[in-house]
Design a protein around this ligand. Structure first.
Ligand code: ADP
Ligand code: GLC
Length: 484
């Protein structure tokens, strides 16, 4: 049995900005279900502590004269422990974990996540009085990047795994931060944290972890190229023997149209007819025209370039000519929020835009739409295309990263094999996206064919079990690399 310390900066349902939270909320449970012992370690954000319910002070320790408190809680509906670390109140502020109200990174992010990383190392080395020694320290994205780097300086350390959820976010800070943080000087080197005269937290994971993985096999290949490597392709290619891709699963309890309490009517692949009630309810909730014949295309996500929002905006003048309604839920860059809001005001019966974060609405959109757009420029894994398939909502995706690995294009050969689950297109252009939507629209007109696509997606296995077993093998490889 492995003892896994799972290091993350967000966990659903305690605190979430994106898919990392979903993964951090479900992979530890899936690992526990296959007999592993997992503890999550998370910064002590006040909202997260509140959602965790019963918490107690488990340990107080000192690092270079700074006091750190470790509060223990539990991941709701599981026996996975969550250890909240706080130090100098650096995480004691409400709102987004990474950015302030103005959308800009908190000015003290380097200090916050450096202290977090240092405190995690103390926990990982069993120096905080918990009498618990992990065999594996599993880090995720740049906020935990310093952990493998700092652990590499310890003797008798646990093995380390670093998962890249998104290479575009790297935690890069000026050199002055390196000096201020008092990081060991040997980490200032090109084969350590240095990145174009700055300090890169993600490099701590990419250079020093025993094993690196990302969240889909295709993205694992893509990030070794200039197009997707964000300047780190050389390093990743150099470490390719230690780099792999493991697809994310989805939480099949939370995302289950047969039991989803947010829905107007629950349904399965055998009772697809009941999906219609969710469509009508969505139209009513969002004040769209109560038209039973139009098809509803939706999008949920962060409004950033990664998600191809600019392509969608360029597409809107064409979309309004088709017999469809467009539903969007998201928040992000204000230029996107403003343009989308403008379109919704202009066509209130056809376009509904909700700016903000709304979990209930996200479920109702998945259930109430016919198609789901994900024209991402890059997509390490992506979760909504899997939720969509589970909800009989046909995804229209660009052939990148995890989207390419989880959606089977509805072309004659895949139809013949009974495996078509969506529409896949290649080019990151408005023209290609429009073609894909038109293709979907034609398929939609042929009801029996459309329902075959829906049913096929709904019956696919997106559970975490398979991926959790792959992680277990990765942990074994990391341990053997750590020994050699
Ligand atoms: P990313 O992590 O790049 O944002 P993913 O597809 O992996 O993309 O995960 C995004 C997660 O966040 C999904 O669970 C999605 O439903 C959720 N989500 C994104 N934006 C919103 C929103 N505005 N309201 C509710 N849920 C959202
Ligand atoms: C990132 C990626 C997304 C992935 C998620 C969880 O935020 O952008 O594609 O699904 O992490 O791994």
């Amino acid at each position: 049995m492995e003892k896994i310390l799972f290091v993350t900066s967000e966990v659903h349902p305690l605190i979430k900005t994106g898919g990392l939270a979903d993964v951090s909320g479900s992979l530890p449970r899936a690992l526990e279900a296959i007999g592993q012992e997992v503890s999550i370690v998370l910064p002590a954000y006040p909202e997260a502590l509140e959602s965790a319910g019963d918490c107690h002070l488990r340990s107080t320790f000192h690092m270079h004269g700074t006091e750190v408190t470790l509060i223990e809680g539990r991941l709701p509906e599981s026996s996975v422990a969550v250890w909240f670390l706080d130090c100098r109140g650096l995480f004691n502020r409400s709102g987004n974990p990474y950015v302030g109200e103005d959308g800009r990174p908190w000015p003290d992010n380097a200090e916050r996540f450096a202290l977090f990383g240092r405190a995690v190392v103390e926990v990982a080395m069993n120096r905080v009085g918990l009498s618990w020694q992990p065999t594996i320290v599993h880090c995720n994205d740049w906020p935990s990047g310093l952990v493998p780097a700092l652990l590499s300086l310890e003797s008798q350390r646990p093995a380390t795994v670093f998962t890249i959820h998104n290479l575009a976010y790297q935690g890069v800070f000026p050199f002055s931060a390196f000096a201020r943080l008092g990081l060991p000087s040997r980490l200032w080197a090109l084969d350590a944290l240095e990145f174009h005269d700055q300090v890169s937290f993600i490099k701590g994971g990419l250079v020093f972890a025993d094993r690196i993985n990302t969240v889909s096999p295709t993205y694992a290949r893509e990030i070794q190229t200039v197009e997707f490597g964000c300047g780190l392709e050389g390093l990743l290619h150099h470490r390719r023997e230690r780099l792999s891709g493991i697809l994310n699963g989805i939480d099949e309890n939370q995302w289950n149209p047969a039991e989803d309490h947010y829905l107007e009517k629950t349904y399965t692949h055998k009772t697809l007819d009941r999906k219609k009630a969710n469509r009508t309810a969505l139209q009513a909730q969002l004040n769209l025209a109560a038209d039973p014949d139009v098809f509803i295309v939706s999008l949920i996500g962060r409004l950033v370039i990664q998600k191809g929002i600019d392509l969608v905006l360029d597409l809107l003048p064409e979309l309004v000519r088709l017999p469809l309604q467009f539903v969007l839920l998201g928040s992000g860059e204000s230029r996107f929020e403003q343009s989308l809001t403008y379109w919704a005001r202009r066509y209130p019966e056809r376009i509904a835009v909700t700016i903000g974060y709304d979990e209930a609405l996200s479920h109702r959109i998945e259930a109430g739409s016919d198609m789901f757009l994900m024209p991402s420029r890059f997509e390490p894994c992506g979760l909504n295309q899997m939720y969509s398939q589970r909800y009989g909502t046909v995804p229209i995706v660009r052939k990148v990263g995890g989207l390419a690995d989880t959606v089977v294009d509805a072309i004659p050969s895949s139809f013949a094999q009974g495996g078509a689950t969506g529409i896949v297109f290649d080019e990151a252009s408005t023209g290609a996206l429009l073609e894909a939507v038109k293709r979907a629209w034609l398929l939609f007109a042929d009801r029996p064919q459309w329902e075959r696509i829906q049913r096929c997606g709904m019956q696919k296995d997106f559970s975490w079990k398979l991926s959790a077993e792959q992680y277990l093998r990765l942990y074994e490889q990391a341990q053997s690399d750590n020994r050699s």
